[in-house]
Design a protein around this ligand. Structure first.
Ligand SMILES: Cc1cc2nc3c(=O)[nH]c(=O)nc-3n(C[C@H](O)[C@H](O)[C@H](O)COP(=O)(O)O)c2cc1C
Length: 355
């Protein structure tokens, strides 16, 4: 049976363990350009022993940013700093990954710790877009409903982002189709009210994501892993369900997607989510078993033994951690010590005397 500190190989990429840094927006980019903050933040998590370090939701176009300070990959000038970051992550024996994203109707917001509201154009905001002209919530602007041509343009933006991600040295690409952002808002009937071939039936609502996967595949090499993060359920009977996620995952698998990263929620405010320890693990397990595809589990996973157990019980193939790694970037090394799995190379030699 696999364990947390066993290597994990997908296609030509081997991670030294099954711990991944979950993507986390840092709102520390200038016109989409990553900064020294990212080098230090992601670099520290690589020295901390995670097998994979995933860069935050990185916008495929300026309108696709959540805030003006979001990271981007829509200009060639974004590439050099990202390359410096991926080089460092690799030098620590970790695999650099990137999540590419479009924030859709949740875009054009202020940075959370500065001004948590929708930005008007004179505040640096922009026209937001979505499947339908339905705002996310009361204090959100109304999105422009994308035309067919505009939908094709977004798919092309994802394709160009995949090309730049490769040039920047990333070895794993994740498409962000969760948390109520653009792709998820096409999947869910709560936000998608279209009556054309992108709305209505399940097949129509998943069309946009499948077209993006196809577009990305024209640039992303066949020998490198491709992940998709989804919200496995909207936690609302009117919305996207785990059954939908299973059928979607089967389609993604047919297209060559290697792993489904299993999150949940985010499609609308005021939906009650049963948040507790490991609450999303059963979603990853169900998709893994029923769609026969590898999955990552994420959400309130903080204990080494429990993380190891869920890998051992084959509930998921990887464990992603977010907030625990903000508190403690050395969690993977400490977990290895706890599980008696410290192997040569896990602790940077510069830090050996500290452990
Ligand atoms: C500061 C912060 C930023 C986040 N940014 C992203 C993001 O860019 N993309 C994403 O898919 N999820 C994002 N998330 C969600 C996390 O990746 C993760 O799914 C969630 O925090 C649950 O995991 P945890 O309990 O280990 O924190 C973010 C979470 C935090 C705390």
């Amino acid at each position: 049976m696999p364990q947390l500190f066993d290597p994990y190989t997908i296609k030509s990429v081997t991670m030294k363990n099954r711990i991944g840094v979950s993507p986390m927006c840092q709102y520390s980019s200038e016109n989409g350009h990553a900064s020294d903050w990212h080098l230090v933040h992601l670099g520290t998590r690589a020295t901390g022993g995670a097998g994979m370090v995933m860069m935050e939701a990185t916008a495929v176009s300026p309108e696709g940013r959540i805030t003006p300070q979001d990271n981007g990959i829509y200009l060639n000038s974004h590439i050099p700093k990202l390359k410096q970051i991926t080089d460092f992550i690799r030098s620590q024996g970790s695999v650099p990954a990137i999540q590419i994203a479009h924030a859709g109707r949740k875009a054009s917001r202020g940075v959370p710790w500065v001004l948590e509201k929708s930005l008007k154009s004179d505040e640096g905001g922009w026209q937001i877009v979505g499947p339908s002209a339905v705002p996310f919530g009361d204090d959100y602007a109304t999105p422009h409903a994308l035309s067919h041509d505009e939908i094709l343009k977004v798919a092309n933006d994802f394709k160009l982002a995949a090309k730049r991600s490769l040039e920047a040295g990333f070895q794993i690409l994740e498409i962000h189709a969760a948390h109520g952002y653009l792709i998820h808002s096409f999947l869910s009937p709560i936000s998608n009210h279209r009556i054309d071939c992108y709305g209505g039936s399940f097949d129509n609502r998943i069309r946009f994501l499948l077209e993006i996967v196809e577009a990305v595949k024209t640039e992303w090499p066949l020998n490198l892993p491709l992940f998709v993060r989804i919200s496995c359920t909207d936690w609302d009977d009117r919305g996207w369900t785990i059954t939908d996620s299973i059928f979607l995952s089967m389609e993604l698998k047919k297209l060559g997607v290697d792993l489904v990263d299993c999150s949940s929620g985010g499609i609308a405010p005021n939906i009650k989510i049963p948040v507790k320890k490991h609450f999303q693990v059963p979603l990853a397990e169900e998709i893994k078993k029923k769609a026969n595809i590898d999955t990552a589990a994420v959400g309130l996973i903080t204990e080494p033994k429990a993380a190891n157990n869920l890998i051992y019980k084959e509930q998921a193939d990887m464990v992603l951690l977010a907030r625990e790694l903000l508190r403690n970037p050395y969690w993977p090394i400490q977990a290895a010590q706890y599980l008696n799995r410290v192997e040569a190379g896990l602790i940077p030699p510069q830090y050996l005397r500290g452990f």
